[in-house]
Design a protein around this ligand. Structure first.
Ligand code: SAH
Ligand code: SF4
Ligand code: F3S
Length: 491
């Protein structure tokens, strides 16, 4: 009998990729994916610990399953990923009806652990060694990598996939839990990465996004040979079938010139760089231990602009970090005005137990001040995004078509009922549905919505932009008239 699996994923792209791998593994063992926890035999939450809110959401979701578990004790509930590593057995204390707690380094053990639980083996906990729990090598080895299994249905679309090039983080920004829950930084051998990307391309994938917490610190040494991210981009661009390469997230200090030149010169590389700045105040950056000053960030930003004109640069900011004065905050506003990021993700500081900031500095900015600063910065960023999208009106851009737009997806689900597979590429072949609203991205990562035909999904298309807001460009496909005089026949 097939068993039913429900999985809910929060957090960053690393978690989206991990969920894809876990689902691939479980499907191979006969599980079927369902989109509600109710009928599922196995319910997994792939969790994030980066802010308190992300953790609280999971405990609330677990709370809602308490009765279902009482009614059906055979239902297996698992907490996996970063919060599993962070809270370990405390998850069982807060939610005693949870059966399984598995950290991000042990995800490959899930199928066997579930079988043991189903056979009456009781609660199971598998996590990596804490960073202080052994020699660096032992800790690193306890975060096992887990990449070859893929599952198309869990990807943003069948034409797009994530490929991990490194795991962990060694930067230890004082506010951040990631080095604790994801362990030491380790780069994957380039041969493995290229082989995985090639396999994805053979399966029809067009766009690969390389993942790492500080992806541009990627470095793999093999005897005499050192492979950097720039080398990897050159190698990956050789893969036939792939049309676009991206990478996230970059660390400002590691934005080397060879990398910027690779982004400029490698044809398939998207001119998009996510390089979080976090604050516009040197005092705050110092307390965050980001290891750069505003002046150094500016120098890096100038180099991007000089090397890759028109590149989209995006950032993250934390507002209301310990001791952030109004003056500090206004420096961040000024920096956003100056840098004109394509967009910024803005977060209110959330103290995390086990981080340096939580030990050293009081969380002294009241929540209403954090909220106000968040809204103020967001308004500035949105205005800039709006202004910088306007010059696209009237221009023709080339986009990679990703799939139906949100609106088209909702419409499809409504039309077909809930038992349909995800409205996406799979049932979007042929033109039985006629024109639908599609979404794609430009080379500089701007989202373009247009009316098109499902057959265009996965293609590169010229689109003329007729309108734009802060987040989206609206376009029309350029119709290509190919007269007979232009057709050359080669025998
Ligand atoms: N590795 C990436 C980001 C990882 S976390 C980098 O270094 O840029 C994603 C974002 O969450 C961070 O850039 C930061 O802006 C935010 N973040 C991390 N810890 C946080 C905390 N304790 N409170 C609020 N935001 C936080
Ligand atoms: Fe966290 Fe800093 Fe590492 Fe990014 S670089 S994951 S913010 S410690
Ligand atoms: Fe969250 Fe873990 Fe990513 S803490 S941001 S899911 S690495």
């Amino acid at each position: 009998m097939t068993r039913k699996l429900y999985i809910e994923t929060v957090g960053c792209q690393m978690n989206m990729l991990d969920s894809e791998l876990v689902v691939a593994d479980l499907r191979r063992r006969g599980y079927e994916l369902v989109d509600e926890p109710g009928p599922a035999d196995l319910v997994l939450f792939n969790t994030c610990s980066v802010r308190a809110h992300a953790e609280e959401k999971i405990y609330s979701a677990l709370g809602r399953l308490k009765n279902a578990k009482q009614r059906n004790p055979d239902k297996i509930i698992g907490v996996i990923g970063c919060m599993a590593q962070n809270h370990q057995k405390n998850v069982f204390t807060r939610a005693p009806y949870v059966d399984l707690v598995v950290g991000p380094g042990q995800l490959h053990q899930i199928p066997n652990l579930v079988d043991e639980i189903a056979a009456g083996g009781g609660q199971k906990l598998e996590v990596s060694l804490d960073r202080t729990g052994g020699a660096k090598r032992d800790v690193a080895e306890s975060f096992e990598s887990y990449d070859p299994l893929r599952d198309e249905a869990m990807r943003p679309s069948r034409y797009q996939a994530f490929v991990r090039i490194m795991i962990g983080c060694d930067k230890f920004c004082t506010y951040c839990i990631v080095p604790k829950v994801r362990g030491p930084e380790q780069s994957r051998p380039p041969e493995q990465i290229v082989a995985e990307a090639r396999k994805l391309a053979d399966e029809g994938c067009r766009e690969v996004t390389l993942l790492g917490q500080t992806v541009n610190s990627y470095k793999y040494e093999n005897g005499e040979r050192t492979t950097r991210l720039s080398d990897l981009l050159h190698q990956l661009s050789e893969i036939e079938g792939l049309t676009r390469l991206k990478f996230v997230t970059s660390f400002p200090n590691d934005m080397t010139q060879d990398l910027l030149e690779a982004v400029r010169d490698v044809k398939k590389c998207s001119h998009y760089l996510h390089v979080p700045c976090q604050s516009g105040s040197n005092e705050v950056l110092k307390r965050m231990k980001r290891n750069y000053t505003v002046e150094q960030y500016r120098e890096m930003h100038d180099r991007i602009r000089a090397t890759i004109p028109g590149a989209a640069v995006t950032s993250d900011f934390i507002v209301g970090f310990c001791g952030e004065t109004e003056e500090d905050f206004q420096k961040t506003v000024a920096l956003v005005e100056e840098m004109r990021f394509k967009n910024s993700f803005i977060f209110k500081y959330s103290p995390r137990e086990g981080t340096k900031a939580d030990d050293l500095y009081p969380d002294d900015i009241p929540d209403d001040v954090k909220k106000r600063r968040n809204n103020e910065l967001l308004a500035v960023q949105n205005r800039i995004s709006y202004e910088d999208n306007q010059p696209f009106i009237g221009r023709t851009v080339e986009i990679l078509v990703e799939g139906p737009s949100e609106r088209a997806r909702r419409h499809e689900e409504h039309a077909h009922g809930d038992d349909q597979p995800e409205a996406g590429a799979e049932h979007a072949h042929g033109d039985v549905h006629g024109p639908i609203q599609l979404v794609g991205r430009t080379n500089c990562d701007r989202i373009v919505v247009f009316d098109g035909n499902p057959r265009q999904i996965g293609q590169m298309l010229p689109v003329t932009i007729y309108d734009a807001n802060s987040f989206t460009l609206f376009g029309e496909v350029v119709t290509q008239h190919v007269g007979p005089q232009l057709v050359t026949i080669s025998i």
